[in-house]
Design a protein around this ligand. Structure first.
Ligand code: NAD
Length: 296
């Protein structure tokens, strides 16, 4: 498998595609953003004029798009990729989308004789750049084995969550917890600072105590505490608040449909909703700190 079509070159897709190039794959890339496309062309990829052009002659297609409607739009319908890909082509969707749409798209792939996996990722933009992402895969085990070399070029841990859609369900559970932990971390740091503590000292204490989590260890929401975290570059790049809000909405829908209680996930969704409505939707989700502490 040598030529890969990569669709969606944003904060995550861009560095993931760049890692495939570094591993010697030939890449046909497409994104609606000319800037995103130009970065990958500079790294050695071939710019395609459309998703269909990128997929032409490719051995596999990888997509990294914002939400379910973008994934449906790419693959389904008369002008969608499934109508033109040769039977047997491997299709890997790495976007975080709802499990029902993932299952619908996988069923359409199956009907077209294609091999589809949902393979959402965890690890953030730093993990995407370093090639250390965790892939959470739904679909047939045989297709996962076919995809493994590609996933290994972009990630470190690969989990098979179950059948089609299971990768998305596991990813949504993870991100609901991440949203709660980030909001909780921001609340705790703001409480400490309000009571005279230095945010760096408090973060170091928590990181070695029972409140530690991914935010305190790798993605601190307080500006200046962690040099490489989005908080220290004006909350740019990273994982946008509006994408976290999407994922918390997916968790809420999943809870509703399965009659599960998710009071903390629901509260976190409301917090990020208010935060987005206050104008911070495009900032990294760790900017939820602004909800608890004024940075001006
Ligand atoms: P992003 O907005 O930075 O990138 C999405 C890209 O898709 C953009 O460049 C956009 O132009 C492009 N795009 C949209 N529709 C398109 C289409 N029809 N054809 C071609 N290109 C199209 O988002 P991101 O942060 O890279 O996130 C992508 C997915 O990964 C989301 O589902 C997100 O939830 C998930 N995710 C993000 C992170 C993170 O830390 N950013 C981590 C894990 C998972």
């Amino acid at each position: 498998m040598q030529t890969i079509a990569f669709i969606g070159l944003g904060n995550m897709g861009g560095p993931m595609a760049a890692n495939l190039l570094k591993q010697g794959y030939q890449l046909n890339v497409f994104d609606l953003s000319a800037d995103a496309l130009a970065k990958l062309v500079a790294a050695g990829a071939r710019a395609a004029a459309s998703a269909a052009d990128a997929a032409h002659g490719a051995d596999a297609v990888i997509s990294m798009l914002p939400a379910g409607r973008h994934v449906e739009g790419l693959y389904l319908g008369e002008s969608g990729l499934f109508a033109q890909l040769p039977a047997g082509t491997l299709v890997i969707d790495c976007s975080t989308i709802d499990a029902a749409t993932a299952r619908k798209v996988a069923a359409a792939a199956d009907a077209a004789g294609l091999k589809m996996l949902d393979a959402p990722v965890s690890g953030g933009t730093a993990g995407a750049a370093a090639g250390t992402l965790t892939f959470i895969v739904g679909g047939a085990a045989a297709e996962l084995e076919r995809a493994r070399p590609l996933l290994q070029a972009m990630g470190k841990n690969i989990f098979h969550a179950g059948a089609a859609g299971a990768g998305q369900t596991a990813k949504i559970c993870n991100n609901m917890l991440l949203g709660i932990l980030m909001a909780g971390t921001a609340e705790a740091l703001a409480l400490g600072v309000k009571n005279g503590l230095d945010p760096k000292v408090l973060s170091d204490i928590i990181s070695q105590s029972s409140g530690r989590n991914w935010a305190t260890e790798l993605y601190n929401p307080w500006p200046g505490v962690m040099e490489n975290a989005p908080a220290s570059r004006g909350y740019s790049g990273g994982f946008m608040t509006e994408l976290m809000l999407k994922d918390l909405g997916l968790a809420e829908e999943t809870a509703l449909h399965s009659h599960a209680a998710n009071p903390l996930g629901s509260l976190a969704r409301n917090l990020y909703e208010e935060h987005a409505q206050a104008g911070f939707g495009k900032l990294d989700f760790s900017s939820i700190l602004k909800h608890f502490h004024s940075l001006d």
